[in-house]
Write a protein that binds this ligand. Sequence first.
Ligand code: ADP
Ligand code: MG
Length: 273
Amino acid sequence: MTMTETPTPTPVATTAETTALAPTADAPDPTFSGGSIELQGVRKTFGRNEVLNGVSFSVAAGEVVCVIGPSGSGKSTALRCINRLEEPTGGDIRLDGESTLSMSVDTLRQRVGMVFQQFNLFPHKTVVENMTLPLRKVAGLGKDEARTRAMAGLEQVGLAGKADYRPVRLSGGQQQRVAIARALAMQPEAMLFDEATSALDPELVKGVLRLMADLARRGMTMVVVTHEMGFARSVADRVIFMDRGVIVEQGRPEAIFDDPQSPRLQAFLAEVL
Ligand SMILES: Nc1ncnc2c1ncn2[C@@H]1O[C@H](COP(=O)(O)OP(=O)(O)O)[C@@H](O)[C@H]1O
Ligand SMILES: [Mg+2]
């Protein structure tokens, strides 16, 4: 035993310390009750190209799974199959136990939100109009209710003051926060992120990652394709490594990053870390 390990009396937390650990009063954000996602032997071919070759994994309600892997390994395709931006050519995908393949696409996309590398905001509409549009068209809300829900969403990402701006007047980080708020406003059971920070200037990445970490903390079910290994390590419950259309390895972040088993994951980490 070294000197530093000598037992010392356990300090009694002062009131000030206890308060510092408690959630701040100005962050009464609601918690989410996420849904589970399960991929069962998902296949996708484009012509002769087998892009997903039987991908199976499950994400429990409130769990955060990060998907890493080289470019072209099928990460985006797997994500896009979950909300049927691509139709799988085999296998099944279940949301809270229910096959997504038999749902209407509108219902599915309300229940599973997706955030892209490019924010996909309409440039000719204001921020709040970008938010109310799907609430009215897809969720079928009335004008006032859509506006109230949109403003509440903007409030949550700290952008209520920009409601009437066009996206071009916002930074990339702010635009991505609007895109996240737009997805959240549908009150989804799960959120998919496809390299949500890859198009951002380096100084804007942190704010978006912080928002994503906050959603994770609040219990959102999340599947996050990312190159941000620091984020994956600190926020993910589980990390999945994909290569050439299959899951090569998955596990706790510590296992994946500190003790990779497969030569392909070892080689990938040597490239990116
Ligand atoms: N719509 C498409 N049509 C044809 N090929 C596609 C399409 N989308 C993706 N692919 C191919 O699927 C493979 C995997 O792509 P993708 O899922 O985007 O990989 P990743 O996100 O891991 O970089 C690539 O070879 C890509 O060219
Ligand atoms: Mg991709």
